[in-house]
Ligand binder design. Sequence first.
Ligand SMILES: Nc1ncnc2c1ncn2[C@@H]1O[C@H](COP(=O)(O)OP(=O)(O)OP(=O)(O)O)[C@@H](O)[C@H]1O
Length: 285
Amino acid sequence: MTIIDEEIKKRTQRNHAEDSNLIGEGGYISPDENLWNDILTAVVLKKPVLLKGPTGAGKTKLAESVSDLFQQPIQSINCSVDLDAEALLGFKTLVQRDGQSAIEFVEGPVVTAMKHGHILYIDEINMAKAETLPILHSALDYRRMLTNPFTGEVIQAHPDFSVMAAINEGYIGTSPMNEALKNRFISYPIPYLSGEQLRGLWDREFPDADPKLKTFMLNLAGDLMKQVENGLMSEEAASIRSLLDATALAMHIDTLRAVRYAIAEKLDDESERNLLMDLANTWRK
Ligand SMILES: Nc1ncnc2c1ncn2[C@@H]1O[C@H](COP(=O)(O)OP(=O)(O)OP(=O)(O)O)[C@@H](O)[C@H]1O
């Protein structure tokens, strides 16, 4: 029995849900045989996990699938330059109770996740200002604790508390992650699916689609990946999210128009848009 199996068994017994199907429908599909298990191993070992990959590669889906598997709710933070300590930890507010005014602290996602053993999912972690996240350092390393500056409370994390973060390194508006913060994570590259795994995702998401449409989209996806690898197209051209959207649209409107709206029009460069539509045209013939 692996440590992942042991952890699932432990949580299943604790939650009295022996009969439940732990891996929910629509879970993350691993691009190779190791990645999913390697990430779960870090989560079980209570190591913060950093998912590095382009937009629409399934990073959020992966975190949701870990949450399904371990029956652990997710507390999410979407980072931006405006993110501050209050958005992470919580804030004080005035409440009326029994006709009396009182000041109460409303817990933020970090405090809730630490106290209740949830997964803390920090999306676009490199969009936050460098000075905002160091407040989390002690929660992210072996100490697994944090002193809440707003209340003075010392919070020792629940044993199940896990942290997953996502980063899209090429994204405009991001800055390199502070080294001390990055050093607290185990980092995994999350690539776009291809080959058999991509076909598996299409079979699951579009069981009723015309097989010709599926083949068209999978061929186009393969072409787009090659263009990205050869540096002829920006990475997001092969986004799985866009390809899924194009397929869903193409079940109702002309395939090339679907590809234009869901994939090509998102690209800033006109020559890339034209190349993409030329490729799509080739597969249509
Ligand atoms: N490997 C995968 N397994 C299952 N679904 C996937 C996978 N890759 C992409 N998807 C699907 O693609 C869509 C986008 O995925 P998701 O939102 O998780 O991407 P992301 O990497 O978090 O993107 P962003 O960086 O823009 O937030 C979702 O519908 C998701 O289910």
